[in-house]
Design a protein around this ligand. Sequence first.
Ligand SMILES: Cc1ncc(COP(=O)(O)O)c(C=O)c1O
Length: 457
Amino acid sequence: MMLERARFLDAGDPLREFRDRFMLPDGVIYLDGNSLGCLPKATPGRLEEVVREEWGRDLIRSWNTAGWIDLPAHVGAKIAPLIGARPHEVIACDSTSVNLFKLISAALAMQPGRKVVLSEPGNFPTDLYMIDGVERQGLAERRLAERGQLIEALDDSVALLMLTHTHYKTGETFDMAELTRAAHDAGALVLWDLSHSGGALPVDLYGCAADFAVGCGYKYFNGGPGAPAYAFVAEKHLEAARQPLTGWMGHAAPFAFSDDYEAAPGIEKLLCGTPPILGLAALEVGVDLIAEIGIDRLYAKSQALSEFFRQCLSERNVAIDLVSPTDPARRGSQLSFRHQDAYAICQALIARGVIGDFRDPDILRFGFAPAYLRFEDMAEAAQASGRGAGNRRMAARRIPGPGGGHLITIRPAPVGRSPWSRFGQPRCRIRHVFSAWPGCCGRQATYATSLRRAGAA
Ligand SMILES: Cc1ncc(COP(=O)(O)O)c(C=O)c1O
């Protein structure tokens, strides 16, 4: 019944034609676009053109003739309207981690007499590690406060409030306007990590008067593995902001080859080394596609998809705790569930072609990239989840192992339908045991490798 309803919803979906603009492998329901977005069909052709013509034929001239030198700012300007920024405020470069380091340092240098960088426990690890890195240089002091206490923790020692807009595990979003205002009232600057928001939900950096932001290019922007990230500096800070990675590409005149560093006046000052042209070219294709679809339409569909997925789960009486907010307006484009066997369920689902992901210790995470997912995918994923979480034949146990790892035991699907059979495993009810700690051996390692080879893990 849910499948029928799903097909009805798909038929009326104004975004349905965009699914065909992505390469989607047969037999896979991809609920991990919040980790690595799908490949746009236009990307291989564009890369071929950059490689064969711009690099192969035109060689070094392409820095000018193909506009390579301007590509970071050019792609940044295309990302800008999708995150509520102005074109000259965004640049595509480096990784999110590196951009965090640059902007934490820049913000601290603008706040003499204040050293505290305030964030929340459980923020994405790299965000916290990057504060640590600056702290180890004696330039920052890390302070963490639970989300409900952040505003209270904003005293006159806080230089920077640094938060991830959509939480990577729970999907809960912060009220960007409220927290930015509170930080400014306390004399602090604000740096937003938009990795799980950009390309999926509306963000209004300008409207919220945000100071700095960063985000990933390989998630909802579909820029490909290791795609360049993006960084935002509000116009009001473009002149004062100084970042510490003073490489030649951020120089006001890189080709003057002067002995002394002089930062570029605009957003280009965030550059460090030579930009990765292939990565930027692929990212541009992904960004163009998201811009063509439009953030508001994507957001509307993402909310509809996740709500429909919840309905499908409840229709099937799947007992699994939602840790994302129930109000779709308070979450990003994902749903996360807590289950003691989350890792095993996740692996079992992957083996059935439903790719979501697991976040330690017990979170099962499904991302709903609205550009290419169908309601039918929701109905089928919910059906498979029901089997994974509730079916005794898929029951899994987690046993604590050495070094903080754990053993998982899974009893696979019924004889004749074993998802493992395609890896050459016998089609019978044996118990498959594999390990989640490094250095596992024998059949455990073989299992993990076979999943990986099949592109499933
Ligand atoms: C919220 C958040 N910030 C930062 C990162 C890391 O970005 P990068 O690998 O580009 O440094 C991730 C990666 O998943 C993330 O989810």
